[in-house]
Design a protein around this ligand. Structure first.
Ligand code: URA
Ligand code: SF4
Length: 220
C-alpha cells in the first residue's frame, strides 16, 4: 500500500536524521505512529522525556491525558495518527527553534500527504502555527478551518491542562467535537464533485454557471 510505504520511508529517514541540532542529544527520534489510513491526525509539539526514551509519541503524562481525551471523544488511539512538529526531543523540553522547525517540516508535510487525514488536530501553539499565522489559541481553540481540503482544528496542548486544570474541561469539550468534524469532512467529500462539475461547466461554456452553489461551510 502506497501510504504505508511512504510512512515507512519517512520513519526510517527520521530515525537516522541529523539535519538539525536536536539530533545531538536525542536517544530515540519519534517519527509518529498510527495507521496509514487514519482519518484523524494529531500533531503535538515535540517528544518529551519518555517519548525520547521509547521512540513513541505521547507516552508520558501528557500522553495519558491524551488517552483520556481520546476515550472521551469516542476515538481509539489505534485508529488515529499521532505525531509532532519536531521529531526529536528539545533539551529540557525547551521550545523548538525556528531552524529546527524548518529542517523538520518536510517530514510532517510528507506524513500529511501520505495519510491525507480528513481532520487534523493541532495540539499547542507550535503545531497551530504550522497552519495558522499569528493565531491566538484562546480565541481559536476548538474551531476548524478548511485548509487544502483538510479540516484543521486547533486545540490546547494536553500538557497545558496539566499545569492549568481549568483547561481540561475545555480540551474535553473540544475533543468531543472531533466526531462531528469527521462527519462534516465526509460531507465535504460528498459535495466536492459538485464543485468540480461546476468548474468543468465554467470552462466548457466559458460563462458562470447559474444557480449552482457548492455548499458553504460555516465552520467558525
Ligand atoms: N508533548 C508533545 O508535544 N509531544 C509528545 O509526543 C509528547 C509530549
Ligand atoms: Fe531531523 Fe527533525 Fe530530528 Fe531535527 S528534529 S534531527 S530535522 S528528525
Amino acid at each position: 500500500m502506497q501510504a504505508e510505504k511512504a510512512l515507512n520511508t519517512i520513519r526510517e529517514e527520521v530515525r537516522i536524521c541529523k539535519a538539525c541540532k536536536l539530533s545531538e542529544n536525542r536517544k530515540n527520534a519519534v517519527p509518529g505512529e498510527g495507521p496509514a489510513n487514519a482519518e484523524v491526525m494529531f500533531i503535538g509539539e515535540g517528544p518529551g522525556f519518555y517519548e525520547n526514551e521509547q521512540g513513541k509519541p505521547f507516552v508520558g503524562q501528557a500522553g495519558h491525558l491524551l488517552d483520556q481525551l481520546l476515550d472521551a471523544a469516542g476515538l481509539k488511539r489505534e485508529e488515529v495518527y499521532i505525531t509532532n512538529v519536531v521529531k526529536c526531543r528539545p533539551p529540557k523540553n525547551r521550545d523548538p527553534e525556528p531552524d529546527e522547525l524548518s529542517m523538520c517540516r518536510h517530514y510532517l508535510d510528507r506524513q500529511i500527504e501520505a495519510i491525507k487525514p480528513r481532520v487534523i488536530v493541532t495540539l499547542g501553539r507550535f503545531s497551530m502555527a504550522r497552519f495558522v499565522e499569528n493565531g491566538k489559541i484562546g480565541a481559536l481553540h476548538g474551531k476548524a478551518r478548511l485548509i487544502d481540503d483538510q479540516l484543521v482544528v486547533t486545540m490546547y496542548h494536553p500538557a497545558a491542562a496539566l499545569h492549568q486544570p481549568d483547561l481540561k474541561g475545555t480540551l474535553m469539550a473540544d475533543f468531543a467535537g472531533i466526531r462531528h468534524l469527521l462527519e462534516k469532512a465526509h460531507h465535504i467529500e460528498a459535495v466536492r464533485p459538485v464543485a468540480v462539475t461546476q468548474d468543468l461547466v465554467k470552462t466548457k461554456e466559458n460563462k458562470e454557471p447559474e444557480n449552482i452553489k457548492p455548499e458553504q461551510l460555516s465552520l467558525f
